[in-house]
Design a binder for this molecule. Sequence first.
Ligand code: MG
Length: 337
Amino acid sequence: MNNIITLNHGSGGRITHDLITNLFLKYFDNDKLRGLTDSTIVDFPGGSLAFTTDGYVVDPIFFPGGNIGKLAVCGTINDLAVSGATPKYLSSSFFLEEGLSLDILEEIVKSMAEEAKKAGVSIITGDTKVVPKGKCDKIFINTSGVGFLKDEFRSIGDGLSVKPGDKLIINGTLGDHAIAILASRESLKFETEIISDCATLNSLIQNALDVCPEIAFMRDATRGGLATVACELASKTRTGIILDEKAIPVKESVQAICEIFGFDPLFLANEGKVLMVVPAEKAEIVLKTLQVNPLGIDAAIIGEVTAENTGKVVLKTITGGKRLVDIPAGSQLPRIC
Ligand code: MG
């Protein structure tokens, strides 16, 4: 049983990380891949590109706030944008199950085109494969992307200039995407419908970079949630991170469902949330700038980088206690993206 792939290998948690380092890195090893950043930086005479790729297998393929196609465009654009790059071009590969309705495929492709246009990105190459009925689940999509990267932003992806005293900012509420998927999967009905936060963040991020080119680190808090991003950052930069639970925005409806299902919003997937680490003296202006954008209305300063507890994330709880936050091994919600 230990020698087979399980759903937990796709969770984005510790088991995924182990698979990447023990298998993919073992054979593909090179200095670019080793950084394990959202995008890799590719240099050529006269400039640099950020390059990234992602697969999408979300179930169900339509959910409140989006569908698998919108997700595939937003996710790849966001992986470029959080690396400080200006997203430019995407590829798109479709893996289709025999029997999929052409109307459904058209709806998915249409929303991909709409999202790409909104973000100023063109889909310039692609591929289509069809497998017999039952050999995949309706539709899977892979998107790759490239963006132009200015020299001054090249350390944002790996967070190497993060230092004690820097502030952590999130652009809004946590867990909306995961709970929207859970609700549509389980056909749960709530008084107020929970809508996925699936969105392209490149214009919001550009606004923040305009007022604070010194942003030390950014990452979108997708699979594994904010907690996983914070843990990876602390471990990579050999700093400590303290998170203030009281300051972390979570919708009441999401919190209520988390309590029923025993989920922690810190670990839930988002598709329109970015964690930014900024110098303390720039935190207020970045916060104000985010809050003017509809995608940042609920932005908040949620923590700080510390010199103590290196490599660890500590949560200051609502009740005033402190507890260590650790990356979970797997996930209770597979096929979230
Ligand atoms: Mg990412």
